[in-house]
Design a protein around this ligand. Structure first.
Ligand SMILES: Cc1cc2nc3c(=O)[nH]c(=O)nc-3n(C[C@H](O)[C@H](O)[C@H](O)COP(=O)(O)OP(=O)(O)OC[C@H]3O[C@@H](n4cnc5c(N)ncnc54)[C@H](O)[C@@H]3O)c2cc1C
Ligand code: FES
Length: 335
């Protein structure tokens, strides 16, 4: 699936009082941990776009599904939970995101807070089904009634006692987990690959704990949940006049090598979409990392970056939707 597509809903499952799984009657490839961008109708502005991670596993053979938790006073999450039924149709962008293990055989240390369990569960289910490593899940929630997938996790842990360990943490009982507590919990698993998704303060505390244990950047993966400001369904690729100057970009996408003239005032993603290439994207505003690529050589500048940190930038990760060329020649890779 490389183009926006309208999906039919097969089933809606109540997970908790304020979270529902939307199962799609569809078959498309995706990687564990990836998300879909949904077009939500709005009588104020036509539509808004929101990202929702797939909670299903592409390795289990079932239908794909997302899990949406109501945000207090949030527009889209409440619209989905109130209006979507079996038989509804929803327009989505292709699955995207880089929050996915390189190898499902790796030992995985997973941290989820609240609805952050969604991509984490997809990774966990996939690793149990198609991988061979050990999996440790630390899952923090406000209270017992807000634990999404409690029964599914109980069943998975009972069926895989040698491979899966789940630690639940309830703020109503234990308070918010501190950096010191997270560090002690993670210490025995400091050689594992870590994946974290949850509220910003939770992710910050986990990151500090993992850094204190010496986990290098390439073994610390984060997924940030945020609402999109722009609407990628309504944006069109804008390619500026090459007479103002052009660089040359070399890239490999889906196994094919391309060399393109890159007008200096055109964003890289706009150039690729204008050329008909299926480059990944979601927000198109520097906020989600779906369009991330690696800069192999040359220099680019980012117009806006709300998602990559210094470690990412030092590793050469850049955002195609916000990149303008600086050097005359740029080589990039989509991994
Ligand atoms: C990569 C990624 C993955 C994610 N995965 C998940 C997931 O798996 N599960 C999950 O629950 N969340 C997930 N999220 C978060 C999700 O995308 C939303 O941010 C969240 O659901 C809150 O959106 P909301 O519209 O309900 O709330 P808000 O963003 O708070 O919406 C309120 C906004 O809507 C506007 N608004 C109000 N009424 C209208 C109207 N009638 N028309 C238009 N606008 C209106 C208001 O002005 C306000 O700005 C993910 C986010 C990202 C980036
Ligand atoms: S598409 Fe979201 S950061 Fe580029």
């Amino acid at each position: 699936m490389t183009e926006p597509r309208v999906l039919r809903v097969a089933e809606v499952v109540d997970e908790t009082a304020d979270a529902r799984t939307i199962v799609f009657d569809a078959d498309f490839p995706y990687a564990p941990g990836q998300f879909l961008t949904l077009r939500i109708p709005s009588d104020q502005c036509g539509s808004v776009a929101r990202c929702y991670s797939l909670s299903s596993s592409p390795h289990q053979g079932g239908l794909p599904g997302i899990t949406v938790k109501r945000t207090v006073d949030g527009y889209a999450s409440n619209w989905v939970c109130d209006n979507v039924r079996a038989g509804s149709t929803i327009e989505v962008l292709p699955p995207s995101g880089i929050f996915t293990p390189k190898s499902l055989d790796a030992d995985l240390l997973l941290f989820a807070g609240g609805s952050g369990i969604t991509p984490i569960l997809s990774i966990l289910r996939s690793a149990l089904c198609a991988g061979s490593g050990r999996i440790v899940l630390f899952y923090a929630n406000r209270d017992e009634s807000s634990v999404i997938f409690a029964a599914a996790l109980r069943a998975l842990a009972a069926a895989n006692p040698e491979r899966l360990t789940v630690f639940h943490w309830l703020e109503s009982v234990q308070g918010l987990p501190t950096v010191a507590q997270l560090t002690e919990l993670a210490r025995p698993f400091a050689t594992f690959d870590a994946f974290t998704c949850g509220p910003a303060p939770f992710m910050k505390a986990v990151t500090e704990a993992l850094k204190s244990l010496g986990l290098p950047r390439e073994r610390r993966h984060l997924e940030r949940f945020a609402s999109l400001g722009a609407n990628p369904f309504e944006l069109v690729a804008k390619v500026t006049d090459p007479d103002a100057g052009s660089a040359v970009v070399e890239l490999e996408l889906d196994g094919t090598r391309h060399t393109l003239d890159w007008p200096v005032e055109t964003k890289l993603l706009d150039l690729l979409l204008d050329k008909g290439l299926a480059a990944p994207y979601s927000c198109r505003e520097g906020a989600c990392s779906a369009c991330a690529y690696r800069l192999v050589s040359g220099e680019v500048k980012l117009l806006n970056n709300e998602v990559l940190d210094k470690d990412d930038l030092d590793e050469g990760i850049r955002l195609a939707c916000q990149s303008l060329p600086v050097s005359e020649k740029v080589e990039i890779s989509y991994e």
